[in-house]
Design a protein around this ligand. Structure first.
Ligand SMILES: [Zn+2]
Length: 505
């Protein structure tokens, strides 16, 4: 049976992954060796038509892992690692993928991006079936809409998984690859704590004269969520070169937006030690925000500067002259780094270091660059030990991780645990449990008691799902307000105007 499965996998790879000629025999033999099978079979599981219709290789992954667990005594995780290796063996080599990508790009960069995306789905690098399970919705208000995604594709680790991690002895003191974004991940065999990457493929791109690589995110927070990372394992940084790189990227791939997380903790992403960008073919909510004000510029012929009607402090630079866009962004960044405004609680630097930075992103509409600059500050004080301009503690039950670029631009990625907790809350409301009963039954709902009492007031079993969603949306919007360095108040608006007008742009 497994031999027939492998035969059909070769057919699948031949149709969907460009596996050709001698490479088919070569891959078949490598797989037989990996699975300890001695010889192949003549049989097949699927007809040609069935193979052609397959959009994802989930069937093969399941059969191979089941075989390894049942017939070869593999632990589940080891079987999963081996299945990725098998998918790597039927995928074109990294340089073959680069060659084909470049060939397609000569005609259409969007088609080239699409080729790499589909390759990742078909070789199980991007696990589409899992990602499609994420719960995603967009709010429906007259303006300033946001998107919410409860992310089920990155499951919470159970205590059992964590214990397993501890059991596995460390084979080496050397951390290799240094991080999840190093180019040395390509072909990596994977461990219990580092994903197998035999099936990852990425493409070199030159940004401001440096070699970077473009790959898709395995988590797919939105359509064609890509990551562009430096060939060097070096810390995140936001400077003039960052703006040049972002502009270079959208010049090469105008169908995608691209942006960078800030270079400081709390307001940055989860990986600060490897310089990288995130982009994709998606319109993030901030890009639909309307303009609140235009600042007059004296020294720029083409570029324009706007303040957006958005929760946090977002400036928009528009212009078709790339030098002007880069110069304007650099001047704002340089001034912001050292700008303090005590009336608005903004302190650029103190004993604990520098606090001001920017979350930049860009997209191209026709010939016009649209560069978004979100002003950020990561200072903490006694009242807000986790960040003054970070999600405040009353919202941590929904989200307490750093508010990185994706959230700051209006797409909230929330943890999978919320699905379970929502069900628990519904049970609590249906049975009208009091606080003591709630905590006895569901200890981790402790932080949800204010939310439960709010929902209790207007409880209706028919609308409860919608009411919970509305509550979550509302929290997300408040979190974005928390991250605004200049609040939408008289004092905040004047503060931003003073900052911009003082630059004499
Ligand atoms: Zn790295």
């Amino acid at each position: 049976m497994i031999r027939d499965v492998i035969n059909s996998l070769i057919d699948y790879a031949s149709f969907h992954l460009d596996l050709k000629g001698l490479d088919k025999i070569y891959a078949l033999n490598l797989i037989i060796g990996e699975l300890n099978l001695d010889y192949p079979s003549e049989g097949k599981i699927f007809s040609e038509e069935e193979i052609e219709k397959m959009e994802v290789p989930d069937y093969f992954i399941k059969e191979i892992t089941d075989f390894l667990i049942k017939e070869r005594g593999f632990a589940e995780k080891d079987a999963e690692l081996k299945a990725i290796l098998v998918m790597g063996l039927v995928t074109p080599s990294p340089e073959n993928v680069v060659e084909k990508f470049e060939r397609i790009k000569e005609i259409s960069s969007a088609d080239a991006l699409d080729y790499l995306y589909k390759l990742g789905i078909r070789n199980y690098y991007f696990q589409k079936t899992m990602v499609d399970k994420n719960i995603v919705w967009k709010t429906n208000y007259p303006s300033k809409n946001i998107e919410v995604s409860i992310n089920l594709s990155k499951p919470e680790k159970s205590n059992k998984d964590i214990a397993k991690l501890l059991e596995k002895p460390k084979t080496s003191e050397v951390k290799y690859p240094k991080c999840l974004l190093c180019k040395e991940n390509i072909g990596f065999f994977g461990t219990y704590s580092h994903p197998a990457r035999e099936n990852i493929r990425f493409i070199p791109v030159i940004l401001d004269g440096e070699v970077w690589y473009l790959q898709y995110s395995p988590y797919g927070y939105y359509y064609k969520h890509c990551i562009c990372f430096s060939s060097k394992h070096s810390n995140m940084v936001i400077n003039e070169s960052t703006f040049k790189k972002l502009v270079d990227f959208v010049d090469a791939f105008p169908s995608f937006f691209i942006g960078s997380n800030a270079d400081l903790p709390i307001v940055g992403g989860s990986i600060l030690n490897h310089e990288h960008f995130q982009g994709g073919e998606h319109i993030l909510p901030v890009m639909e925000a309307s303009v609140k004000k235009e600042y007059k510029l004296k020294n720029y012929k083409n570029a324009k500067l706007f303040k957006l009607d958005w929760y946090n402090t977002t400036l928009l630079i528009k212009g078709s002259d790339r030098k002007e866009v880069i110069s304007l962004a650099s001047k704002i960044l340089e001034a912001w780094r050292t700008y303090s405004d005590l009336d608005n609680d903004i302190v650029a630097m103190d004993d604990s270091g520098n606090h001001n930075t920017i979350t930049p992103s860009i997209r191209k509409i026709g010939d016009e660059y649209n560069m978004y600059l979100i002003l950020r500050n990561n200072r903490c004080d006694e009242k807000y030990p986790e960040g003054i301009f970070h999600a405040h503690p009353e919202y941590h039950h929904i989200k307490k991780e750093g508010i990185g670029i994706i959230e700051a631009m209006g797409l909230f990625i929330l943890p999978a645990r919320l699905v379970r907790q929502e069900n628990e809350i519904k049970h609590v409301l249906l049975n009208n449990l009091n606080d003591k009963e709630i905590l006895e039954k569901y200890a981790d709902l402790a932080d949800f008691l204010p939310m439960i009492s709010e929902l209790k007031e207007k409880y209706n079993p028919k609308t409860i799902d919608n009411d919970i969603n509305k509550y979550i949306e509302n929290v997300c919007m408040h979190i974005l307000d928390n991250t605004a360095v200049f609040k939408d108040t008289k004092k905040g608006n004047e503060g931003l105007d003073n900052f911009i007008e003082g630059l004499k742009l």
